[in-house]
Design a protein around this ligand. Structure first.
Ligand code: DNO
Length: 393
């Protein structure tokens, strides 16, 4: 596997020379300043690629080339947006950056309620609290019939919370769910948006009546349209699983489990239509056994996100240390390294620790926590490589 790191471009306070020093080989980045739906020009792509190469590394993966909402809900501008997407893909192909990560999650990319949940060892981690998430759904968004989507126990918790929650806690939830997690991933929301809840509800309304089946068909339509460009330039598309892998806000989510991934790969059965194996997103779903999924999907996995979640009995989950949790990273690395030693990967997210919390890093993307994760993953990879070299696995 190629040791990667998500870097947010020249404005990222973490420099390329620092990344080279800590053993990074492949940079995972995007042209973050280009708004969703607009073409990535060849010159801009080459400029980024040359910059990364001047530091002795490679631009291994574009994460993400975002798919506009209107492609997902099949708005009238869908075909024009797909044409732009195809031009961007062709430009990436011409520049030789051929692994493209994207997702097909409506409205919201990833979702967490807490960005610095305190762990016993003094670090902070990303956390998903069902009750507070349901509170946001029912009371902050005020989504019609939202209560029907939550179980009794969660609703009891919501009613209890409603009696004590403060405005500051509500603002914090809005900030975590809509702004801080979305602002830097080329999503629909940005720091400074004046009415994020209103914007959120407007976007939700676009999905009225869109079922899982419709969304699946819209994904198939998109993939069929772009595959000829991928074939021509040998581009590997890799869809990111839904994070967390469950239905939220009444929105369909279609990449949540083995059956969904199987559907997606078969719907457009082309090797260029592949998967980002995000062990973190998948391990946040109790239905998912990451090891058996890795065995099944390794041949169509073009990129891996290495992290691991721990699910609590109440259904809440947090991001575990990379050596712990449900994902079993050593075994996943064994499977993927054997399948394809050139598979790009990145240790995903990291604990907030050792002063990172004061630096204004993007949520989940501090320096020290990710450096520790990279070292942990690098150690696992070294053991696996030794096993392979000596025929021990
Ligand atoms: C969060 C990330 C996601 C991911 C996109 C890929 O940390 O894993 O935002 O980049 O879903 O399209």
């Amino acid at each position: 596997m190629i040791k990667g790191w998500r870097w947010f471009g020249p404005k990222d306070p973490i420099t390329l020379s620092a990344l080279r020093q800590i053993g990074v080989e492949g940079i995972v980045t995007a042209l973050h300043d280009i708004p969703n739906g607009e073409v990535w020009p060849l010159e801009r792509i080459l400029e980024m690629k040359n910059l990364i190469e001047s530091y002795g590394m490679k631009w291994t993966v574009a994460e993400s080339l975002p798919v506009s909402e209107a492609i997902k809900y099949a708005g009238p501008e869908r075909d024009a947006l797909i044409e732009n997407y195809k031009i961007s893909l062709a430009n990436m192909g011409k520049a030789g950056v051929k692994t493209i990560c994207y997702n097909f999650m409506p409205v919201l990319d990833w979702a967490r309620t807490d960005l610095e949940w305190p762990c016993a060892d003094g670090t902070g981690t990303l956390y998903f609290d069902k009750v507070r998430f349901a509170y946001f759904d029912i009371h902050v968004l005020g989504r019609k019939n939202a209560r029907n989507d939550w179980d009794e126990k969660t609703l009891e918790g919501v009613d209890k919370l409603a009696q004590t929650i403060t405005q500051a806690e509500i603002d914090d939830l809005i900030n975590s769910i809509i702004i801080k997690t979305q602002g830097f991933v080329n999503g629909n929301f940005h720091e400074g948006d004046l009415n994020p809840v209103g914007m959120f509800n407007e976007l939700l309304a676009q999905y009225d009546g869109i079922t899982r089946d419709t969304l699946r068909e819209n994904l198939r339509y998109f993939l069929e349209a772009i595959m000829p460009v991928c074939d021509e330039y040998d581009i590997n598309m890799c869809i990111h699983p839904d994070d967390p892998p469950m239905q939220i806000f009444g929105l369909p989510r279609i990449i949540t489990c083995a059956e969904d991934i199987r559907w997606m790969l078969n719907a457009v059965d082309n090797p260029h239509n592949g998967l980002t194996f995000c062990a973190g997103s998948l391990s946040a779903g109790i239905q998912n056994d990451c090891v058996s999924m890795a065995k099944e999907f390794a041949p169509r996995t073009h990129f891996a996100h290495l992290r691991s979640c721990q699910i609590f009995p109440d259904g809440n989950f947090c991001e575990a240390r990379h050596t712990e949790g449900r994902a079993n990273l050593p075994e996943l690395i064994r499977i993927f390294e054997k399948q394809n030693p050139n598979l790009p990967m990145r240790p995903d997210h990291g604990r907030m620790m050792l002063g990172d919390e004061t630096k204004g890093y993007n949520a989940g993307y501090g320096f020290h926590g990710r450096m520790l994760a990279l070292a942990q993953v690098e150690g696992m990879l070294a053991v696996v490589r030794d096993e392979i070299a000596h025929g021990k696995c």
